[in-house]
Design a protein around this ligand. Structure first.
Ligand code: 13P
Length: 283
């Protein structure tokens, strides 16, 4: 069932759990996520980055996600991950996304407020939810990179001003995670999550959540994280299963024989994440 991001995240916020937001760019990935969510009776967010949209084409991405959402009873939102400009966000809204992220984190506070506010005004007018980002999350998500030295944590006071001014529905915060594969173990600033949540009250979003230890995820959820973005862990499961199949069947020429097990491997990882985030049985 297709719903807005706000419907999903407000419920999670009220009942203190987090929903998995999994990155998609092809049919098998969409199927892995939707089957996992249905089996776990969990709400779920299918998110596409600008890079994924460029790769698959917006018509394919939206059509795949809409079909997937229409086939299940669990709530499903279609979300733009890290939209960087107004035009990209409008394109996604026009194609039927029910949630969008405007990432103005590369700008200083006032400019970030300005572009986020503009998106919120238009998106809310047509019933689409908006996520924004404050602070700078390090690492690489598809074609967007933030140098580790430039990553800055979210300031709770600024977060309060930002949310009051923009009326955004959810906020991505920088608290020690980074996109991509971690070199060491990430250290989350739990006090900061708590302080931001106390100030803003709205659903908080954790990006770069692949590779974060389970106990840290649980604690982050208990302190107010309601949306958890996962991409890298899914890519690893998918490609590892493909490599394994190729190694065992070097003469295979049927793409389905490779993609089928990759989809299954990814689905198992998604089910584990859904259980960890506390969204199983919440649909
Ligand atoms: P990971 O690739 O680290 O899981 O991050 C995904 C993400 O935050 C997408 O916005």
């Amino acid at each position: 069932m297709l719903v807005t991001g706000k419907e999903i995240l407000d419920h999670a916020n009220k009942h203190n759990y987090a929903v998995g937001a999994f990155n998609v760019n092809n049919m098998e990935i969409v199927q892995a996520i939707i089957e996992a969510a249905e089996e776990m009776n969990a709400p779920v967010i299918l998110q596409a980055s600008q890079g994924a949209i460029k790769y698959a084409g917006i018509e394919y991405i939206t059509a795949l996600a809409r079909v997937a959402a229409s086939k299940v009873k669990v709530p499903v939102a279609i979300h733009l991950d890290h939209g960087t400009d107004f035009e990209q966000v409008m394109l996604c809204i026009r194609h039927g996304f029910t949630s969008v992220m405007i990432d103005g984190s590369r700008y200083e506070l006032n400019k970030n407020i300005e572009i986020t506010k503009k998106v919120v005004e238009v998106a809310h007018a047509v019933g689409v939810s908006v996520e924004a980002e404050l602070g700078k999350i390090g690492g690489t998500e598809d074609d967007i990179s933030v140098d580790e030295r430039e990553a800055t944590f979210t300031d709770p006071e600024e977060a309060k001003i930002f949310v009051d001014e923009t009326k955004v529905d959810s906020l991505a915060i920088a608290v020690g995670t980074a996109h991509g594969v971690y070199k060491g173990e990430p250290k989350l600033d739990f006090d900061r999550i708590k302080a931001i949540k106390e100030k803003v009250g709205i659903p908080l979003v954790l990006h770069g959540s692949s590779g974060v230890p389970a106990d840290a995820i649980e604690r982050a959820v208990s302190l107010g994280i309601n949306k958890i973005n996962i991409d890298t862990d899914l890519r690893i499961a998918f490609t590892q299963a493909m490599k394994d199949y190729h190694r065992e069947h070097p003469d295979n020429i049927d793409p389905r024989k490779v993609l089928g097990p990759a989809r299954e491997a990814m689905k198992e990882v998604i089910k584990e994440k859904i259980a960890l985030f506390g969204s199983a049985g919440r649909a």
